[in-house]
Design a binder for this molecule. Structure first.
Ligand code: NAP
Length: 278
């Protein structure tokens, strides 16, 4: 197929690398000329330009801009593309995007690849970023089946695990496993930085190893993405943070009251439950 990608960063560039290696022709649009040049040099796209007119005549377009630009990008795309073009996005929230875009483009399918790194930009794009990871599509009652099938035909060979759900269900679920972890991991890093003894802080930095690497990774990622998660999924993020604060209070009380058996039981419960998520 001829595939368009708008927004050549970590996700857009990684999709381009994988789709090209499947034999598709990939045309990319990004704002900066330098990003377009790098995307071509890295082999993420066959051609790239800052002009959305490049998207005329493609079979499917992946909109991979920051969330705040997704709606305006699709509005600006519409004069350039044919009615048959299937448009999908990769935004980390779905309800507001699907609500805004479904009425303006019939062949729109909401999407969200559950994969990323702490880096951003075209330099961070990776081959095989999506392989083995969930990729959620959020078609509604009015989304044409043919549009969903075209996106799935492109994605299946990338060895993603395809899921369908309602946009609202998606936002509630990812608040737990993606957006809440960004906020708690950021709070963890920030709490460590509050250590007032500089020698202890320096020692902690030198001793940090695999445990800190795992627990701080998402809090040390792209700040713009974290703000978008909070801004566009505000009620679900706040709800999950409130429950998290309750759980933290509970554990704090167990420690204060030296209820070691109850703490042990709590940690056994979480140890057993973790594997259900991964
Ligand atoms: P990123 O690395 O910062 O890439 C975004 C790219 O979009 C930038 O390189 C920028 O390129 C380009 N861009 C910005 N505004 C644009 C516009 N108006 N028109 C065209 N290009 C524009 O961000 P990302 O991590 O790939 O995230 C992109 C999307 O993927 C977001 O919607 C995010 O929610 C979603 N997502 C991210 C992750 C993750 O872990 N990172 C995971 C799943 C989904 P220029 O240099 O040309 O400005």
């Amino acid at each position: 197929m001829k595939v368009g990608i708008v927004g050549l960063g970590l996700i857009g560039g990684s999709l381009g690398l994988d789709l090209r290696s499947q034999g598709h022709t990939v045309l990319g649009v990004s704002r900066k000329a330098r990003t377009c040049e790098l995307a071509i040099a890295r082999g993420a796209v066959d051609e790239a330009d800052s002009d959305l007119a490049l998207m005329a005549d493609v079979d499917a377009i992946f909109v991979c801009t920051p969330i705040v630009h997704i709606l305006t990008t699709v509005q600006q795309l519409i004069p350039h593309i044919s009615l048959d073009t299937v448009v999908t996005d990769v935004g980390s929230v779905k309800a507001s995007i699907v609500k805004d875009l479904s009425p303006i483009w019939k062949n729109f399918v909401g999407g969200h690849p559950m994969a990323g790194t702490a880096e951003s930009g075209i330099e961070a794009a990776l081959h095989g970023l999506f392989a083995g990871n969930p990729y959620v599509l959020t078609p509604t009652d009015v989304t044409p089946k043919s549009a969903v099938e075209r996106i799935e035909t492109l994605l299946r060979p990338l060895q993603v695990k395809l899921f369908h759900c309602q946009p609202e269900e998606h936002d509630r679920a990812v608040a737990w496993i993606s957006h809440l972890p960004v906020m708690t991991s950021a709070s963890l890093i920030s709490a460590c930085l509050s250590e007032s003894d500089q020698a202890v802080l320096n020692l902690a930095k030198m001793l940090a190893s695999s445990g800190f690497r795992d627990t701080s990774r998402v809090g040390g990622g792209n700040p713009e993405l974290g703000v978008m998660m909070a801004r566009f999924n505000k009620s679900e993020v706040l709800r999950s943070l409130s429950v998290y604060r309750d759980r933290l209070d509970h554990i704090t009380q167990l420690i204060e009251q030296e209820k070691w058996e109850e703490l042990q039981a709590e940690l056994e419960k979480t140890q057993a439950a973790r594997s259900d998520f991964l």
